[in-house]
Design a protein around this ligand. Structure first.
Ligand code: PEP
Ligand code: MN
Length: 345
């Protein structure tokens, strides 16, 4: 249920309503908007009518059901957009955020070179996988903790926050020790044990859409993380499986405006995994900026021909610089006036 407070409601009244919600066994998620404060009361769906009684409490304007099955991820329970802060970077605000780096951390030398390129190109964050979800068990599986240590050293050197994937619930604590953002990959989007474990982490989460999940299912996965206590979720469209075989996946560009309509969470696009071929990453990246994404995830490698994973879709440094250059003017136009339009946060 959503409990909408009156404009003039004071802190004491708000506290009393929160305490009452908790006393009947629900969790209260407070969203302070420009206009008014709303409380999302979530818990057992079968008993929710009990919350109607809050309508008689001082300071309460009305109590309404949350219509979507995803409660905390829904726009209904929050006024304005969620802006996620990672160091000095803000995702979901006026700034357009590019996260870039190799598919996998392969060595200290390779990652440092990538990190320098990413920084020089003007990206805000460095990505790189230490635990790799490969289709074949015989492919390179990632460097594990050693890869995480290299990522942490690259952050020290460049100042760029790092994003890296967690594949298993038992690795959440380990990855959280080194990373700034925890990535849930497409193959784990409905690994509910992992989502719950990551929900207890204190770091923001980059949640990739499954290659076969609908948008409402993606939002339910975000809900798992949020219901466990972590409301710092970034959604990522990375292409879905369709009948088309000319590309690795089909980038569902329509996911961006639709997700932004349904949810207050930031939405970024990964054109690299969508298209699977470096030549088409730039046009898709431009489309993502134009359609209103909050950022991009781009794979970059100094020597794609010898990359241990995803070489064919990785941009060489020069191509990455070109991409950064070409999206800048689009981002300026699209995000101009953003703060005034949607910016309440
Ligand atoms: C990745 O980001 O390197 C990756 C494995 O992505 P996805 O889970 O989208 O395939
Ligand atoms: Mn990859």
């Amino acid at each position: 249920m959503i409990i909408v407070m009156k404009k003039k409601a004071d802190e004491k009244q708000l506290d009393e309503v929160i305490r009452w919600i908790e006393s009947v066994g629900y969790k209260a998620h407070v969203s302070r908007g420009v206009e008014r404060t709303i409380i999302g009361a979530v818990g057992d769906e079968r008993e929710k009518v009990r919350l109607k009684a809050a309508e008689d409490m001082p300071g309460v304007e009305k109590v309404m059901p949350i219509l979507q099955p995803y409660k905390l991820a829904s726009r209904e329970t929050k006024d304005g957009n969620t802006v996620i802060r990672v160091g000095d970077v803000e995702i979901g605000g006026p700034e357009f955020v590019v996260m870039a780096g190799p598919c996998a951390v392969e060595s200290e030398e390779q990652l440092m070179e990538c990190a320098d390129v990413v920084k020089k190109g003007g990206a805000s964050m460095l990505r790189g996988g230490a635990f790799k979800p490969r289709t074949s068990p015989y492919s390179f599986q990632g460097m594990g903790e050693e890869g995480l240590k290299i990522l942490a050293r690259a952050r020290e050197k460049t100042g760029l926050p790092v994003v890296t994937e967690v594949m298993s619930s038992s690795d959440v604590e380990l990855v959280e020790r080194y990373a700034d953002v925890l990535q849930v990959g497409t193959r784990n989007v409905q690994n509910f044990a992992l989502l719950k474990a990551i929900g207890h982490a204190k770091k923001p989460v980059l949640l990739k859409r499954g290659m076969m999940t609908r948008l409402d299912e993606l939002l339910m996965s975000a809900e798992y993380i949020m219901a466990s206590g972590n409301d710092q979720v970034i959604l990522c469209e990375r292409g879905i499986r369709t009948f088309e075989t000319a590309m690795r996946n089909t980038l569902d560009i329509s996911a961006v405006p639709v997700l932004k309509d349904k949810s207050h969470l930031p939405v970024i696009v990964d054109p690299s995994h969508a298209i699977g071929q470096w030549r088409f990453v730039l046009p898709l990246a431009k489309a993502a900026v134009a359609v209103g994404a909050d950022g991009l995830l781009i794979e970059v490698h100094p020597d794609p021909a010898h990359a241990l994973s995803d070489g064919p879709q990785s941009l060489k440094p020069e191509k990455f610089y070109k991409l950064m250059d070409e999206i800048e003017s689009i981002a300026k136009i699209v995000r101009k006036g953003y703060a005034e339009k949607d910016g309440a946060h």
